[in-house]
Design a protein around this ligand. Structure first.
Ligand code: ADP
Ligand code: ZN
Length: 211
């Protein structure tokens, strides 16, 4: 199964992606996670990408397409994948179709998780990420977290781009550059809409019911 998960920052792509891939035993490809690893390792790619990421801008298409191309060439996602955070621009979507066609593969379904913008901002400002297992969780009332990651006990951190000014910019970038992909996939008949409000489990069930 080859899936793409679309949705604004904070729509819950990362959390839902984990639930879906564990059910179907397919690869979880998160370009955001890949880039954050590169930044942490101070690789050439990481240093370049960080300049854009910390301001909430998109990393240039060429860099992202190269990451995905390398992954596909190495046979990653051969037995199915779920793309989380890619494609994010029309150029990326068209290139991705081309690359897959070259390998005799195609996308089965595109799931768009929609959440209203007030809720998105709330989720992003209270979001924390585990530094050891990348688990995503939320803290209540801006209280700093003392317990650590609920699944592994690792320390939680706030992403640099989860600050209010940067969040606003990311949402604008989403509206301008990523939202057009909804129409693109609608035209090819691949798009399924899912309401992203409610609990994590409720949303997972909605997604599973269309797969
Ligand atoms: P979110 O969806 O919560 O904004 P991600 O973890 O998917 O977060 O992405 C974080 C950042 O990484 C983005 O703001 C952008 O700078 C960069 N990034 C991730 N995926 C892409 C992509 N496909 N194209 C361009 N930039 C990307
Ligand atoms: Zn953890």
């Amino acid at each position: 199964m080859r899936l793409i998960l679309l949705g604004a920052p904070g729509a819950g792509k990362g959390t839902q992606a984990k639930n879906i891939v564990s059910k179907f035993k397919i690869a979880h490809i998160s370009t955001g996670d890949i880039l954050r690893d590169e930044v942490r390792n101070s690789s050439g790619l990481g240093i370049k990408a960080n300049q854009y990421m910390k301001e909430g801008k998109l990393v240039p298409d060429e860099l992202i397409i190269e990451i995905i191309r390398n992954m596909l060439v190495k046979g990653g996602g051969k037995s199915g994948f779920l793309m989380d955070g890619f494609p994010r621009t029309m150029v990326q979507a068209e290139k991705f179709d081309e690359m897959l066609a070259g390998l005799g593969q195609s996308i089965d379904r595109v799931i768009n998780i929609s959440v209203d913008s007030e809720r998105l901002i709330k989720r992003l400002t209270s979001r924390r990420v585990c530094s050891s297992c990348n688990n995503i969780c939320s803290i209540s009332n801006n209280e700093e977290d003392k317990e650590g990651c609920p699944s592994c006990g690792g320390s939680l951190y706030k992403r640099k781009d989860d600050r209010e000014e940067v969040i606003k910019h990311r949402l604008k970038v989403y509206e301008q550059q990523t939202k057009p992909l909804i129409d693109y996939y609608k035209k090819s008949g691949l798009l399924f809409e899912v309401d992203g409000s409610g609990t994590e489990t409720a949303v997972t069930e909605r997604i599973l019911s269309i797969l």
